[in-house]
Design a protein around this ligand. Structure first.
Ligand code: Z5A
Length: 210
């Protein structure tokens, strides 16, 4: 695990393809930590700050015309998010639960190499990485089925199956590269079963003294 920002602080990111159930599980994790007496901040990317909210609507509703610009907009969002929200909370010894972070860029902006995106992520975050990343692993068909039950799709969500298969492959590559940080949670089962698997990881963290 990376060196902690402050004693008792913990930074956990939630990752996976759209429809994997990570946002649902983030809420459960927040309740789990609060029930165990911890202070929790829930946040997300894109859109965790005021500037991020503007970027989010530009990115998700309009879609950046140029991919390079899209990457840089995610980086601007991330840089402000770390500065305004994540670091202050960690310095106060809080638990930060973040819906998407650096690995989303590695997975979704897959026109670019890990080398380039690692450098950009490092620059945007000042080197901050999550202490733990929970990757919710579902086959594309399961995620698509869950997404179909929701009515709206935005510019990014309407991408092709081929694009999404590549996103899955990049998540896999990221988790193979960094198995200490990225823990894979099988997420095909019911919400309660997935929560159980996730809580087993979180209990382990608490037992190890956080
Ligand atoms: N993006 C990027 O390209 N680069 C970056 O660097 C970053 C982001 C940071 C953000 O979309 C988009 O930005 C995202 C990547 C890109 N695009 N895509 N595609 P967003 O924030 O609008 O949404 P999202 O993060 O992709 O997903 P989401 O809406 O938050 O969904 P989710 O977290 O994957 O799943 P959920 O909301 O928890 O669940 C989805 C539905 O399934 C819901 O109805 C649940 O009740 C149901 N569900 C959840 N779990 C289960 C189980 N276990 N069984 C059955 N049903 C379930």
């Amino acid at each position: 695990m990376e060196k902690r920002v402050a004693h008792n602080s913990l930074f956990i990111s939630f990752e996976g393809i759209d429809g994997c159930g990570k946002s649902t599980q983030l809420l459960k994790a927040a309740r789990f930590f609060r029930d165990n007496g911890f202070e929790v901040v829930e946040t997300k990317e894109p859109g965790g700050t005021m500037i991020g909210k503007h970027l989010r609507s530009l990115l998700l509703e309009e879609g950046a015309k140029i991919q390079r610009s899209e990457v840089l907009m995610f980086m601007l969002d991330r840089s402000e998010h770390v500065r305004q929200v994540i670091m202050p909370a960690l310095k106060q010894g809080k638990i930060v639960l973040c819906d998407r972070f650096i690995d989303s860029t590695l997975a979704y902006q897959h026109d670019y190499s890990f080398e380039i995106l690692d450098a950009l992520n490092e620059f945007a975050t000042g080197g901050l990485k999550p202490d733990l990343t929970l990757y919710f692993d579902v086959p594309l068909e399961v995620a698509l089925h869950r997404r179909r039950q929701r009515s709206e799709t935005d510019k990014i969500e309407s991408r092709s199956n081929f694009y999404m298969e590549t996103v899955l492959a990049r998540y896999l590559k990221a988790s193979i590269r960094d198995p200490q940080r990225i823990k894979i949670i099988p997420a095909q089962q019911s919400i309660d079963q997935v929560t159980k698997a996730m809580e087993a990881q979180l209990r382990g963290l608490i037992a190890s003294g956080l």
